[in-house]
Design a binder for this molecule. Sequence first.
Ligand code: DGL
Length: 270
Amino acid sequence: MSCNLPVGVFDSGVGGLTVVKEIMHQLPKEEIVYFGDTARVPYGSKSKETVTAYSRQIIKFLQTKKVKAIVIACNTASAFALETVAKEIDVPIIGVVKPGAKTASETTRNGRIGIIGTEGTIRSGLYKEFLHEMDPALLVFGRACPLFVPLVEEGWIHDSVTKEVASRYLAELQEKDIDTLVLGCTHYPLLRDIIHEVAGDKVTLVNPAYETAKTLYDLLSSKDLLAQEEAKPDHKFYVSDGAEKFCIFANSILPCDIAQTKDVNIITFD
Ligand code: DGL
């Protein structure tokens, strides 16, 4: 396997771009092939079987691009599919849940951690499981926030409606006296300002993207797969629908300009 092959990254839509941004920052030489399953977003309300089947198709597509590693930049797919698909492929693959749990366990001072995520991620209980492996004494409180993903996909990032929704979702977590809140869905860092306003200064927000990019660095380094090319990487973006809309959104988030996003018929990768 050559170190100058790209890294595959995928999500149900635009959320994974928050992870891409961090990878571009920490591993600027790595070329990224991104896939956003915009035709089938959201994943958060779907079953484990469906999300695993979708993840398999995307992984097959990414393998046609000869990726040297894969990052599941989606908490729901990390929670539902990572363990299963990792056994089916030779390419090294990581998710965002374990890195997010690690950061949260290192961040909390009072041992009371809130997790917000999709219905699937919260139902899976995987954050709690990892956190309790790290420290059984931690108190972990989960809250699904299903309206956040459509609000982000709609671009309502600084909207009063989004703030009202956030206030309702976070109210019960605030009663639990948490001092750390994991943004357990890759869409949520895009709502960071609003979530911070509602949660207040006493609550530290954890974005798993930082530790995920670090985990990717460690993984590539341990396998001697860190990119060596000095030339600017030629990132490529693919979606299952609405390439133009995605391209505009990506350009508003990422530190580089995405010239083009291509549509892929993902169901043919079965
Ligand atoms: N951004 C994804 C996550 O981290 C999925 C959101 C969704 O499709 O429901 O869970």
